[in-house]
Write a new protein. Sequence first.
Length: 97
Amino acid sequence: MNPPAVSRHLVVRGLVQGVGYRWSMVQAARRLGVRGWVRNRRDGSVEALAFGPAAAVEALIAWARSGPDGARVDALEAAEAPAPVEPPSDFVQRETM
């Protein structure tokens, strides 16, 4: 029996671009079994959609609060998001929005 999946929309603000934040989030998400995507936004923030077992998504959110070495997270918003119509099969980087 699989645990129920949850979906969270994240917006991370601070020094989170140019420090390997997206690449590191992809690695952390894959390690945790979370699917979805991450991308830079033109306003300097990073946005992500995390989908998977609740405990794994919460672990990724906890990771996102500090990010990789060199990052400085000033704020993290994590809101419930509708489950994707077609759940992603992996966690990937997307182009800047």
